[in-house]
Design a protein around this ligand. Structure first.
Ligand code: DAH
Length: 339
């Protein structure tokens, strides 16, 4: 039995030595040390031994087991190390290879111009206001002096959620929120999305953007309106840019005007772009109607104000010479990467 044990020890150690991978090594562990393994097989026969032989063989068996175990764990360690080494070698990175560049996106042209306009107004001491896009009829129409049957509602048909909740058609609704919550002096702009049930074409979209402006204080006049807008346009289009006010009608301003800006192409002479006019229509404006002020709890005998609403898409299209509005919403990479 002694010879058998020694033979097992020898066989195990040499098998471990030539073993090349962990799975095979584990099979060997089972073969030699497992419950049905060779060593256990020998120990099971211990009963056949005489009383004198038993402790001697028992001790030898223990020594053999511990030698096999030590050899096994040495080999396990070695294998783990060499596997790690091989893995590291396989995964070495050639740091001299050129890297893959992450493509950096850029701001959408609408955002570029919106940010620019915000900067200009912040510089003039305005604050930026915000209002909901899902709006009550009251804020979008009624408080702006557009009662339920007012014909001007026809030009601003929109998407109704209920009879009196809708997607706002104009950022003018924010004027009312601001005046309800803040007492004059008020100087705000409110950029945002507006909605109208218009079919899509080169100049229409059911979703577009406006920038609303509102100033309310003592002694505000049309001259303040003109000066402010002229400042805006000169900052956007250059020092020599002029604006012109044409009489118009908006229910929430009195008097009202449409504001044209000198054609950036012909500088007022008249060309194809301005259709011979020399000026291009850019926004609506006026002096806030006393009814609107009073409706928001502002005393119109003490305070006056001006307001304006600017279509952001128009400004962007003028600025970059874009002739089709749809380009701004289609997310075509070839278009967007130009900005
Ligand atoms: N809300 C108007 C529109 O969408 C534009 C407008 C005109 C806004 C005159 C104003 C204003 O604040 O005073 O057509």
């Amino acid at each position: 039995m002694k010879e058998q044990l020694e033979a097992i020890q020898k066989e195990a150690i040499s098998a471990f030595e030539s073993c090349l991978d962990t799975k095979e090594l584990d099979n060997l562990r089972v073969k030699f040390l497992g419950k049905k393994g060779l060593l256990t097989g020998i120990l099971k026969q211990m009963g056949k031994l005489s009383a004198e032989e038993r402790p001697v063989i028992g001790q030898l068996a223990n020594t053999v087991r511990s030698k096999i175990e030590t050899a096994l764990s040495d080999k396990q360690k070695k294998l783990a190390e060499s596997m790690l080494e091989a893995k590291m070698k396989a995964e070495t990175i050639d740091i001299t290879l050129p890297g893959k560049k992450n493509k950096l996106g850029s701001l959408h042209p609408l955002s570029i111009v919106e940010n620019e306009i915000k900067e200009i107004f912040l510089g003039m001491g305005f604050e930026i206001a915000d209002g909901p896009e899902v709006e009550y009829d009251y804020y979008n129409f009624e408080a702006l002096n557009l009662p339920p049957d007012h014909p001007a509602r026809d030009t601003q048909d929109t998407f109704y959620i209920t009879d009196n909740i809708l997607l706002r058609t104009q950022t003018s609704s924010v004027q009312v929120h601001v005046m309800e919550n803040k007492k004059p002096p008020i100087r705000v702009i409110a950029p945002g999305c507006v909605y109208r049930s218009d079919a899509v074409d080169a100049t229409h979209s059911p979703l577009f953007h406006q920038i609303e402006g509102l100033v309310v204080d003592k002694g505000i006049t049309m001259a303040d309106l003109k000066g402010t807008l002229e400042q805006l346009m000169q900052r956007l289009y250059g020092e020599e840019c002029k604006i012109r006010l044409r009489p118009h009608h908006f229910p929430f301003t009195e008097p009202s005007a449409e504001v044209d800006v000198m054609c950036f192409n012909c500088h007022g002479k008249g060309c194809r772009i301005c259709k011979g006019e020399g000026y291009i229509e850019l926004l609506g404006a006026g002096m806030v109607h006393p009814k609107v002020l009073e409706g928001c709890g502002i005393d119109s005998s003490v305070y006056s104000g001006f307001a304006f609403g600017l279509g952001l898409e128009r400004v962007v299209m003028r600025r970059y010479n874009i002739d089709d509005l749809r380009l701004l919403f289609e997310n075509d990479y070839r278009f967007l990467e130009q900005f």
